[in-house]
Design a protein around this ligand. Structure first.
Ligand code: HEM
Length: 521
């Protein structure tokens, strides 16, 4: 509880509850109980009662309910948003928000908000925090600014060249499968292989070659599909989170660099690579750029290099892969949009306006393809829910409700991206046309979609890379191939946590023989 402050100090004159709180006359819990419009425990909704039950130590029910239900959390949260509005409570000290203006304000560059303890629960290495699990904001800011150089300036051209290289590898692999008579393939898995190869190549200059060998090396993806749901479910439960992210627990049960498979093996490989670079003190030339060298040049210490490289693989692969898979599914399910996209690519090739492969700059001038990317990112927003920001000492009023200091505000991106007031009555439909034109509402929609990457000092570190990929990949895939869903009744299986997991995304892929220059790779 923050110390007593006067209304003159806090500037609070208009809200008696807020004023009492700021003067220190009432506790945070009183505020929740006094505010009828804010008191949601009358809801018998399992998700909310699961979260609230933690505080009452009804452990077994809470844990079971959470783990069982959270794989549908986007549906549950969206239903609650429809009932209670843009801000509602999910725990004694926690609310969920889907209002884009408020989220923009909370996460702005100079925001006094800090990270909630939830962030610490995503840690997977007992030896130390990575940049995303660092809770000390000044430390986080310093650390992040050193990491950011690898994603900016002269390195952008290298990010683009590596993206081209791995898109080419993806296309070669798909083509080889078609030639061998395997037109039906799990495109979801292939996109994950593509992402892992791209990120490992960028990270340490050596891809795992998942695509080339058609193999989930080190069982990394299998392990991540198993571990992510557990970590992402338990991270919402304060006591569980404190337990499993404690150093002794992680030492006993977490991944270790001596493991022979999965996450531990992966950490071990990174440890070796980082040690070798530091002991040889030989950063590579610009031509053979990788992120590790860039970080060493910027004075990132060896242990942080290890932890942050280990973060890049899940942070950089699961997210972009989800967006790509989701957009492909929408394209395949929307024949008119699919054909319009192909026609735009055809026209641009015929007019000699796009190279092979398309450059990032050229890709940005394909208006319809850009609209598809935004619409795909919006409807298949890769980060679904989570990433709480903690209300500063003065408290704050959001969506008309006063929130006391220390309240965690979780974002509900899924509902934010489907807000009818922002995106129109058909916000649930895949309709890229909504982004065509340049009216003020268009600019506003674009800004809201950008929030999918976070904002201000909470911004995603790999945003620029993700945009290069998204700009190019769909153009390259569609100029080479045609895609068709194999099972219209169940095109894939998908579970939602903070991020998503997609299984069994089988599609039929054939060569597109109608677009002239397709065989460029
Ligand atoms: C479509 C793709 C992506 C989306 C939607 C996305 C979204 C996000 C979001 C919402 C956050 C958390 C922001 C917050 O704290 O509020 C984040 C953080 C982060 N992302 Fe991404 N991301 C994507 C791709 C990538 C890629 C490709 C990389 C790396 C190569 C990456 C690396 C990171 C890192 C390192 C952080 C932590 C930043 C920090 O500590 O402040 N992401 N991302």
């Amino acid at each position: 509880m923050s110390s007593a402050r006067t209304s003159a100090e806090t500037g609070v004159h208009d809200d008696p509850i807020k004023e009492e709180y700021c003067k220190g006359h009432i506790e945070k819990t009183d505020i929740y109980l006094r505010r009828r419009d804010y008191y949601l425990f009358q809801d018998n909704m399992l998700f909310i009662s699961a979260l609230s039950a933690i505080e009452r130590f009804r452990w077994p029910q809470a844990v079971l309910a959470m783990v069982g239900l959270i794989s549908l959390c986007h549906i549950i949260l969206d239903a609650e948003k429809k009932k209670h509005g843009d801000l509602f409570r999910v725990g004694p000290d926690a609310v969920v928000i889907s209002d884009s203006e408020a989220w923009n304000q909370i996460t702005s560059a100079r925001s006094p908000y800090t990270r909630g303890l939830w962030y610490g629960g995503t840690r997977f290495d007992y030896r130390g925090p990575n940049v995303i699990t660092e809770l000390d904001m000044p430390k986080h800011g310093k650390r992040k600014s050193k990491l950011a150089s690898a994603f900016s300036g002269k390195h952008l051209a290298i990010l683009e060249a590596k993206t081209d290289k791995w898109i080419a590898a993806l296309i070669t692999t798909i083509r080889a499968k078609i030639t061998n008579g395997n037109e039906t393939l799990d495109i979801g898995r292939m996109i994950q292989y593509f992402q892992v190869d791209l990120i490992t190549d960028l990270g340490v200059g050596q891809a795992w070659k998942d695509l080339e060998e058609d193999k989930d090396h080190f069982g990394y993806l299998k392990m991540s599909d198993l571990v992510l749901p557990v970590i992402q479910s338990f991270s919402f439960l304060p006591l569980a989170r404190a337990l499993y992210s404690s150093i002794w627990f992680m030492k006993l049960f977490g991944p270790k660099t001596t493991d022979t498979n999965g996450l531990g093996l992966f950490l071990g490989i990174l440890e070796k690579e980082v040690k070798s670079r530091f002991s040889h003190n030989t950063p590579k030339s610009d031509a053979s750029f990788d992120i590790l060298d860039e970080w060493i040049r910027h004075g990132v210490p060896a242990n942080e290099c290890q932890f942050d490289l280990a973060l890049l693989v899940p942070a950089g692969s699961e997210t972009t892969a989800m967006m790509i898979k989701g957009t492909l599914l929408h394209l395949m399910s929307s024949p008119m949009i699919y054909q319009k996209a192909k026609q735009e690519i055809k026209n641009e090739i015929a007019a000699g306006r796009i190279s092979s492969p398309v450059t990032n700059e050229e890709a940005k001038s394909l208006e319809y393809m850009q609209a598809i990317v935004r619409e795909g990112l919006r409807l298949m927003v890769p980060v679904n829910f989570g990433f709480p920001k903690r209300v500063p000492d003065s408290g704050d009023t959001l969506c008309g409700t006063f929130l006391p200091a220390g309240t965690d505000i979780y974002v509900n991106y899924h509902s934010m991206m489907r807000n009818k007031e922002v995106f129109g009555e058909d916000a649930d439909s895949f309709r890229p046309e909504r982004f065509l034109g340049s009216g003020p509402n268009n600019a506003h929609m674009v800004k809201v979609v950008e929030l999918a990457f976070g904002n201000g000092r909470f911004m995603c570190l790999g945003k620029v890379l993700a945009w290069i990929e998204m700009n190019k990949l769909f153009i390259e895939l569609l100029r080479n191939f045609d895609f068709q869903i194999t099972n219209p009744e169940k095109p894939w299986s998908r579970a939602s946590y903070t991020t998503w997991i997609v299984y069994d995304f089988w599609v039929r892929v054939t060569e597109d023989t109608t677009i002239g220059d397709a065989k460029h790779l």
